[in-house]
Design a protein. Structure first.
Length: 140
């Protein structure tokens, strides 16, 4: 269809088939779920976003059981959990057939931040624990 406009311009329109756009994809699911007990002995389910897991408040010298939930397809993958700021880890050297790897983390007695680096051959995650000073607990 042509439409004549002033100054000799021609506007041409045509009917065409519009192609539907594919649906927008949701952001990918986090690759790691971390199940941990905080200093109040409450179970927390946290997710790694861009390789960082939200901070967990713990007590001085608390032994913290940590469960890493990977996709089941990761079974058999080696896992290394390394304390970066003190404390110690035990266990969790391989992803089990359930997709889980379990270890314990024990921070030191001093208040402050304790980070644990979790590595597999294809992933890197940073867990952060914060030991609360019992003499100066956080205010709510």
């Amino acid at each position: 269809m042509n439409c004549w406009l002033p100054l000799g311009l021609v506007l041409t329109t045509s009917l065409s088939t519009l192609q539907a756009s594919p649906p927008a994809t949701a952001s990918p699911a986090p690759s790691l779920e971390v199940i941990v007990r905080n200093g109040a002995d409450k179970e927390k389910h946290l997710f790694s976003q861009d390789g960082v897991v939200p901070v967990v408040m713990v007590r001085p010298n608390q032994t913290v059981p940590v469960t890493l939930q990977f996709p089941i397809g990761a079974a058999g993958t080696p896992v290394a959990a390394t304390p970066l700021d003190g404390g110690r880890t035990e266990g969790g050297n391989v992803v089990l057939p359930t997709g889980r790897a379990m270890f314990t983390f024990s921070p030191g007695a001093l208040p402050g931040r304790y980070r644990v680096e979790v590595r597999t051959p294809g992933e890197h995650h940073l867990l952060e624990f914060y030991v609360v000073d019992p003499a100066h607990p956080p205010r709510r």
